[in-house]
Design a binder for this molecule. Structure first.
Ligand SMILES: Cc1cc2nc3c(=O)[nH]c(=O)nc-3n(C[C@H](O)[C@H](O)[C@H](O)COP(=O)(O)O)c2cc1C
Length: 378
């Protein structure tokens, strides 16, 4: 892996190793992908102040996330179908995060189930919740997360209706993957993926199978979500979830300061400024554009996390400088996983860690707590 120097290198290899339908599922965004692009473009516009002759020999990236120590201000975001990028992908990604000393978030739409991941990793992880119409199932799912000793519940609030991702329709993305004539050639050129995923024992939605009707026959993910996800979801449901979940609660998918103010009253400990990685409301602002107003309006009433477009340690530094306490990454680690499995996730985290340490050094900063807008050239 010594020639892998940045996340883009992992992305290129991910593209070569994983069938197009699954690579595109991870890589692409909704509709015209304006928001997907804005997430990256707006981060890149933010420039640093280069500072010199500051003793930066004591750089320390450690911090706390939801009150727990973390080796750097980074979290692996919930990513559906992770186990379709690499066999048992959720277990590999969770182990890599735990080895690196950062939190891992398991998606409701994971391939490996909560129980499966819990049985195969050393420490507690976070669980991400999508709310579906079948509330009995949702209550049971939260109870399963409690039984598995998950250390935080991440309630995703920006996917009541699903943004269309053209690539998924064009690629005929299905779960489990179907052998079709058009896919045969693609699969034939990806033998490692076929061996790990298609011949693996986990190939469908681990948390839903056997618990929710219709999950054994999901021909179109988008259409299935449209029938199952609860469009009535509202702030009262957050109270209902709080009444079942006794632990730390994170609201993920906030992009507007009024919603952030509401979130601060909800009893949740943290929020994630997120537009779902440009996969939902196309035409929404980039997350880095939305971040400062949210930080200003809620101050320290809640812990503010950030995601969307993070591909480097420089990007983490930018989000921290604008007031985020930590960042989630989605695609950055999925590219590592698709490229090399667990070691690829470790590599992605290492790349970001090293880039952040160097950026801090060149900006004359030794600790995460010192990072604020003084490091920016504006
Ligand atoms: C392939 C893929 C699947 C995702 N699945 C979920 C999910 O199941 N639950 C969720 O809350 N967010 C999901 N997200 C959004 C991520 O948690 C995160 O907000 C986003 O990836 C951040 O942007 P980035 O990929 O540019 O880092 C998904 C993102 C991707 C790329």
């Amino acid at each position: 892996m010594k020639h892998i120097t940045c996340i883009e290198d992992l992305r290129q290899r991910h593209m070569r190793k994983v069938p197009k339908a699954f690579f595109d599922y991870a890589d692409r965004g909704s509709y015209a992908e304006e928001t997907l692009r804005a997430n990256r473009d707006d981060l890149a516009k933010i420039k640093f102040r280069q500072r010199i002759l500051v003793d930066v020999s004591r750089r320390d990236l450690s911090t706390t996330i939801l009150g727990e120590p973390a080796s750097l201000p980074l979290i692996l975001a919930p990513v559906g179908l992770t186990g379709m990028q690499y066999g048992d992908g959720e277990i590999h990604a969770c182990r890599a995060a735990q080895a690196a000393g950062i939190p891992y978030t398991l998606s409701t739409m994971s391939i490996c189930s909560i129980e499966d991941v819990a049985a195969n990793v050393a420490k507690p992880f976070w669980f991400q919740l999508y709310v579906m119409k079948d509330r009995g199932f949702i209550k049971a799912l939260i109870e399963r997360a409690i039984a598995a000793k998950c250390s935080a519940l991440v309630l995703t609030v920006d996917l009541q209706v699903i943004g269309q991702r053209h690539a998924d329709i064009k690629n005929g993305m299905t779960v489990p993957p179907e052998w079709s004539l058009s896919k045969l050639f693609d699969f034939a050129t990806k033998p490692a993926w076929v061996a790990g995923v298609l011949r693996g024992k986990r190939r469908t939605f681990g948390n839903l199978m056997g618990h929710l009707k219709g999950t054994d026959d999901i021909t179109s993910l988008g259409a299935w979500i449209a029938t199952q996800f609860d469009t009535t979801l509202n702030w009262k449901d957050v109270d209902w979830i709080r009444s079942i979940w006794p632990g730390k609660l994170v609201l993920k998918g906030i992009l507007d300061f009024e919603d952030a103010n509401e979130a601060a009253k909800s009893g949740a400990q943290a929020l994630v400024v997120s537009n779902h990685g440009g996969r939902q409301l196309d035409g929404a602002p980039s997350t880095i554009e939305a971040l400062p107003e949210i930080v200003d309006s809620i101050g320290d009433k809640m812990e503010i996390m950030f995601d969307g477009g993070i591909r480097s340690g420089q990007d983490v530094m930018r989000a921290l400088a604008l007031g985020a306490k930590s960042c989630m990454i989605g695609r950055a680690y999925i590219h590592g996983l698709g490229a090399f499995g667990g070691p690829g996730v470790e590599k992605a985290i290492d790349i970001i860690r090293n880039e952040l340490a160097t950026t801090m050094g060149l900006c004359g900063v030794n600790t995460i707590a010192e990072i604020d807008d003084h490091v920016l050239a504006i």
